[in-house]
Ligand binder design. Structure first.
Ligand code: AMP
Ligand code: MG
Length: 306
């Protein structure tokens, strides 16, 4: 397993000037193929699973994952992958579309704040508050003097969340124009994907360069120590999944979380257990054997944790 930290490799250095033209969207590190990378991907999914369980149990902090990218960059696929390593009880996913009348009647951050994760939880944003400096900037949905102030307002908002125990990871899924066109074609060719096609995808493609500028501005102004941006090479879906799950696992690992102290006296509970077993004349003589028996029956590796 590679020891290179993807949290370092793909992080946008705070204060740096991003030039997306210099980032290889087809990068796949040392891996030749999905097959070659699979054991590593599975290891990170498993690691995410264990660490998210720990975060849920600890109940002290939370994780916010923001996903941004052009149409067909793979936001939905990434969510599907990340969630495969998480207990749904500890997660929420919110997709942000064109604001409703009520949302539009509030400050632009209002609708996002409500979906920020509670302690112990992971929240995933499918699009996020960055839309308000992306689509809004590209199409001048508000005047420049309004959107240009939002970078700082976003940084302040994220700082406030971070100061309150929320760890923030922001992933820009980087594909190139050829890959986007290829994915549009796959959607046309596959009836099961027809529902994903929207006029919007085709309407936005002519604005490719304007979006590049808007993404570069957001990545440059809003990558901070407390809420870093990561540029994920995403032409290969499997590499994108590998990179995102590795960074999530690395981040959760570094939090050094601890299971809370039990709220009961375990020795006392053991005695109660033995008393029941004796009275009923059945079951295993000690609780560790009982769980071993259960494990043998269960095909699922993680039984007992869910
Ligand atoms: P999708 O994610 O494919 O379902 O598309 C959602 C659409 O909503 C995209 O075209 C986004 O650009 C658009 N959208 C999301 N947030 C905003 C926003 N704050 N203002 C305007 N459009 C938005
Ligand atoms: Mg779309």
């Amino acid at each position: 397993m590679t020891t290179m930290s993807y949290s370092k490799l793909f992080r946008v250095e705070p204060g740096s000037n991003v030039d997306l033209g210099k980032v290889d969207a087809s990068f796949k590190d040392k891996h030749e193929s999905h097959k070659h990378a699979l054991p590593e991907i599975e290891a990170y999914v498993e690691k995410m699973h264990d660490l998210q369980y720990l975060m849920y149990a600890e109940g002290k902090r939370s994780l916010l994952i923001c996903l941004q990218g052009r149409d067909a960059a793979g936001k939905d696929g990434t969510i599907n992958h990340v969630l495969s390593g998480m207990n749904p009880q500890g997660c929420s996913v919110t997709g942000f579309k064109v604001p409703s009348a009520e949302e539009a009647a509030h400050d632009f951050l209002w609708r996002y704040h409500q979906h920020a994760p509670r302690k112990g939880q992971v929240a995933i944003f499918n699009r996020s508050h960055y839309e308000d400096v992306l689509v809004v900037r590209v199409h001048e949905l508000v005047p420049k003097k309004v959107w240009s102030k939002r970078y700082e307002q976003i940084n302040d908002f994220e700082k406030m969340l971070a100061d309150n125990g929320t760890h923030i990871l922001k992933f820009y899924l980087h594909i190139d124009p050829e890959e986007q066109l290829e994915r549009f074609k796959q959607r046309i060719d596959d009836p099961a994907r027809h529902w994903k096609i929207s006029d919007g995808d085709y309407a936005e493609r002519p604005f490719w360069d304007a979006y590049t500028e808007a993404f570069e501005a957001a990545l440059s102004h809003c990558s901070t120590e407390h809420a870093p941006w990561f540029i994920i090479p995403a032409n290969h879906k499997w590499f994108r999944n590998l990179a995102v799950s590795k960074i999530v696992a690395e981040t959760l690992d570094a939090l050094d979380m601890k299971f809370p102290q039990p709220t009961v006296d375990i020795n006392e509970i053991k005695q109660k257990y033995h008393a029941i077993v004796e009275a009923e004349g059945t079951g295993a003589s000690d609780p560790s054997q009982a769980s071993e028996k259960k494990d043998k029956k269960s095909k699922k590796k993680k039984k007992g944790k869910q």
